[in-house]
Design a protein around this ligand. Structure first.
Ligand code: B12
Length: 208
């Protein structure tokens, strides 16, 4: 019942309500992935659908995103495992031209929670910046996020730049429109549809 209320709260842009209900669900012992998938993420899928149909517009999409972020902040400390030292370094960012960061932030949070060191470059990050950060931080993995079909080519550009720089850094890609086939086509070392999968992927790549 309350998960449905979280879902409805995101759709109604109710930041405080989403925060409160997420906290209540956590305290009741509800599984975090259930809160995420059936509540917060599920609602954003409906928001996207309504946007496609033309029954909801950018300002509403943004308000829903703010409500979702409020819920995520409550979950953040609980996405953390007990860890003593870093198992690898990941440079993460949303590619050039793309401002979507909710999924990227969720992936970053879960990676931190899994004991990886995460350097978050934010949104609208160009290829050079990814390369520089990978060098500076001796990154094991560069993780690229894109939510727009028009910004997916920037993933290709970035992976090419990493390879041209001769870095020994793996690259992974994700975001709603990104498929396994696209990942293979641009020579990425991995792809996942969701944040837990992204963590598994990095663990495999760094051998942790
Ligand atoms: C919220 C939102 C916005 C917000 C973003 C706020 C923010 N701070 O992020 C705002 C209002 C700013 C926005 C703007 C726009 N948006 Co928008 N937006 C969305 C919406 C509704 C939800 C995205 C989201 O946060 N989902 C929830 C998160 C948790 O999911 P996720 O991002 O997919 O991430 C998960 C996985 O993909 C994966 N993942 C993500 N990153 C990575 C990275 C790696 C390495 C890995 C392994 C995995 C991984 O793990 C995450 C967690 O499980 C989507 C619809 C949708 N359902 O996707 C449209 C959507 C992405 N937007 C769309 C559009 C068109 C736009 C605009 C162009 C609209 C406009 N006319 O201005 C602008 C573009 C601005 C820009 N330059 O980026 C379209 C894209 C269409 C397309 N095919 O390209 C969508 C699909 C809506 C639609 N149905 O038409 N948007």
């Amino acid at each position: 019942m309350a998960i449905k209320d979280i879902y409805e709260g995101v759709l109604a842009f109710q930041v405080d309500k989403v925060k409160e209900l997420t906290r209540t669900e956590l305290e009741a012992g509800t599984d975090i992935q259930t809160i995420l998938n059936d509540g917060l993420i599920g609602a954003m899928d409906e928001v996207g659908q309504k946007f496609s149909e033309g029954s909801l517009f950018v300002p509403e999409m943004l308000m829903a995103a703010q409500a979702m972020k409020a819920g995520l902040e409550i979950l953040k400390p609980h996405l953390t495992e007990e860890v003593s030292h870093s198992k690898g370094t990941v440079v993460i960012g949303t590619v050039k031209g793309d401002l979507h960061d909710i999924g990227k932030n969720l992936v970053a949070m879960m990676m931190e929670g899994a004991g990886l060191s995460v350097v978050d470059l934010g949104v609208d990050v160009d290829a050079e910046k990814f390369v520089e950060a990978a060098k500076e931080n001796n990154a094991h993995v560069v993780a690229l996020s894109a939510l727009l079909t028009t910004t997916m080519p920037a993933m290709d550009t970035t992976i090419k730049a990493i390879k041209e720089a001769g870095l020994d850094t793996k690259s992974i890609v994700g975001g709603a429109p990104v498929t396994e086939a696209f990942a293979n086509q641009i020579g990425a070392d991995g792809h996942s549809d969701d944040a837990p999968g992204a963590v598994e992927l990095v663990r495999r790549l760094v051998g942790a």
